[in-house]
Design a protein around this ligand. Structure first.
Ligand SMILES: Nc1ncnc2c1ncn2[C@@H]1O[C@H](COP(=O)(O)OP(=O)(O)OP(=O)(O)O)[C@@H](O)[C@H]1O
Length: 647
């Protein structure tokens, strides 16, 4: 790992903060495309990212790449990429351009290794077939939507990413230097204490790049880094990418329709039209290429706009196919920078012998740091987020207090009164519903957004799924227990349940179990479905659970062909557990102060009526433990499946 003082290879862009707190790109001389086009050698970098890549730059070649997606049952398939070829040269900022729907993001997904399903063709790294494990160690993928931790500040985001991505042997000062260097050069140092959610679009994009720069990748893929940014932020981000590329990285971005000045910042451009390559070469060669192809770019027309118009078929489909043929669908290298010096695959293999790969392969495991470190950092991050989370923590605590008081007030003193046993039974069911619905819905509503961050961070090798899963389980436990305890104390005392520590402990244990099981059920749904589908499915799937709980229809009265349902419904064990806690343990006869005749003042009569045994508590705990384990494992497996299925 090279830190401050490392060799600096080219002039660059840095950002200075103006008085208003905004950032401005300061372009050092020697970086303009014109200067490069004129053959000027860029001078040494005066200011810029000190951490240049420590490994040799990477040459990427792809051949006959296809991508086909399934459109659904009996709807056939659709081919998005039609055997495209290309060469992505090192130290270059490369734009993949094309009209909407041309397949830019798909090509980027394929090249980055994010998409693996329905993909054909070959990708070569430095002359050898891509080894995914090795490739992932040297590359990162920054998707279009900035998936950042909005509750954490820029500094915290960077610190935690550094703890996950830098060797554990580095101390906090060394890591701090890396963070300072990156933030200073990306113009984010002054925003160190701003939360991710409060950053502007351009700042968010730069933070996304900063986070991935921590472990100094050789190859960076960025999907539409300029979308949604104003022209000055666009220039800042593209200038930054250019500077990073010229330090020795291969940077590939998709862009929609860049302005002429933005277009000039790219070194190389790859134009796609309907899944075919129309042009591959330097930005400066585009105009001569079009001229030679017989479709000259009109004077005063932005070449980037013109080529997109051609790619859209505005000048006729025949021109599109003519250009695809001329570009040999990306095989033609004549329009790249110094085409005669582009090494063959064989030469590249000689240049990068396998013995070097051996060293790289033995460097570390699939992630940068050991699992124990990943877990502790993720737990730290989880608690930091939980402390500030207005929904998962603050609202959850408030809801438990409010609902506890409301239920307590509605069923005040119902617990000891023989004439109100049925009311108390309703209260126990209402408590069960509360413990089921609130954690389940909260998870269903919040997890999909967490899922997108997980997808990004897991793909970029920040941590393993196992470490992530263990950390979210641990972080949520104290919040669940505290909110459950507050609720239980309020409702238990207000409704005058028997003041017996053993009974309260049983009541509380069942409550915590119900919350944890419901949350795991929500996690299963949230891992697979989006918010809309999850919001529909969660409560809908819970209805049969309620049916089989033994409330409304007693367990005795369930039709024999449906009796299995009571064994799979965790609510049945929850309700039975509550009954055991409140009416079990040989509870003495209840008071009968509010009526002349109290039919259920003898708990045994009531238990007989509802067909529940008071002595099943430990069986209920066992059943809930098994259910929790099964659901938690299922949620993990579904998450694992989802991580690969989306690709
Ligand atoms: N999973 C999928 N199922 C069906 N069609 C898909 C799928 N993924 C992509 N497509 C289609 O493939 C085409 C290319 O999509 P892609 O997102 O790569 O385009 P793009 O060039 O990046 O477009 P944009 O610039 O609008 O993002 C589009 O027509 C899109 O609808």
């Amino acid at each position: 790992m090279m830190l401050a003082g490392a060799e600096i290879v080219e002039s660059s862009v840095s950002f200075k903060t103006d008085e208003a707190g905004g950032s401005q790109a300061v372009i050092s001389p020697g970086t303009s495309a014109e200067a490069q086009a004129a053959g000027a050698q860029p001078p040494a970098q005066a200011a810029g990212l000190a951490r240049v890549p420590t490994r040799e730059p990477v040459d990427i070649q792809f051949s006959n790449v296809t991508c086909t997606v399934k459109l659904g049952i009996n709807k056939g398939t659709k081919q998005i990429l039609h055997g495209v070829n290309g060469r992505l040269r090192p130290r270059k900022l490369i734009a993949i351009m094309g009209p909407s729907g041309a397949g830019k993001s798909t090509l980027l997904d394929v090249l980055s290794g994010y998409r693996t399903t329905g993909v054909g063709g070959a990708i070569f790294i430095n002359g050898r077939g891509r080894n995914m494990k090795r490739f992932k160690k040297m590359s990162c993928y920054i998707q279009q939507d900035d998936r950042l931790q909005g509750l954490l500040t820029v500094g915290e985001n960077m610190e935690l990413a550094a703890d996950l991505k830098l060797p554990t042997t580095m101390d906090k000062y060394e890591k701090g230097e890396v963070i300072e260097d990156i933030l200073t050069n990306l113009g984010l140092y002054e925003h160190m204490h701003t939360r991710g959610a409060q950053l502007s679009g351009g700042q968010r994009k730069r933070l996304s790049i900063a986070l991935e720069l921590i472990n100094n990748p050789l190859i960076m893929f960025l999907d539409e880094p300029t979308t949604g940014l104003d022209s000055s932020s666009c220039t800042q981000v593209v200038q930054l990418c250019r500077s990073l590329a010229h330090q020795g990285r291969t940077i590939v971005c998709t862009v929609h329709q860049p302005s002429a000045s933005l277009f000039a910042l790219f070194d190389q451009v790859y134009v796609l039209a309907a899944g075919n390559c129309l042009y591959q070469g330097t930005t400066t060669n585009l105009v001569p290429y079009l001229e030679q192809a017989g479709v000259p770019c009109p004077i005063y027309h932005n070449p980037a706009d013109y080529v997109i118009e051609l790619a859209c078929g505005e000048y006729g489909e025949d021109k599109m196919s003519h250009l695809t043929t001329k570009a040999e669908n990306g095989r033609e290298l004549a329009w790249l920078d110094e085409p005669t010096t582009i090494p063959s695959m064989e030469a590249l293999r000689k240049q990068y012998p396998l013995s070097v790969m051996k060293e790289q392969d033995s460097e570390s495991g699939p992630e940068e740091t050991p699992q124990s470190n990943q877990r502790s950092v993720l737990i730290r991050r989880g608690f930091l987020k939980a402390k500030r989370d207005p929904t998962m923590t603050h609202l959850r605590l408030i809801v438990n207090v409010v609902v506890g008081i409301m239920l307590g007030a509605l069923f005040i003193n119902a617990g000891n009164e023989g004439s109100r046993v049925l009311e108390n039974y309703n209260l126990l069911f209402a408590i069960l519903m509360h413990h089921m619905m609130s954690p389940m819905m909260l998870t269903i509503l919040t997890f999909p957004s967490e899922m997108s961050i997980l997808l990004k961070e897991h793909f970029n090798r920040w941590y393993s799924l196992g470490s992530y899963y263990i950390s979210i389980t641990i972080v949520d436990l104290p919040i669940s227990i505290v909110s459950c305890a507050i609720f239980s104390v309020i409702v238990y005392t207000m409704s005058a349940q028997p003041l017996d520590i053993a009974r309260f402990a049983m009541f509380f244990a069942i409550s915590v179990y119900t919350v944890l099981v419901a949350q795991s059920f929500g996690l299963m749904i949230g891992a697979v479905f989006n918010v809309v589908n999850g919001t529909f499915l969660g409560p809908t799937l819970s209805v049969p659970m309620m049916m089989f709980a033994g409330f409304g229809v007693t367990l005795r009265d369930l039709p024999p062909y449906l009796s299995w349902g009571s064994y799979v419904s965790y609510l049945r064990y929850g309700l039975e557990g509550y009954i055991g806690a409140i009416y079990g343990l040989e509870r003495p006869t209840l008071d009968c102060n509010e009526a002349k005749y109290c039919h259920y003042r003898y708990p045994r009569t009531f238990l007989k009526e509802i067909a529940m045994s008071p002595n099943m508590f430990w069986w209920d705990i066992l059943a809930l433990t098994v259910t929790l384990f099964v659901l938690r494992t299922a949620a993990f497996l579904l998450l694992k499946w989802k991580l690969s299925a989306v690709r």
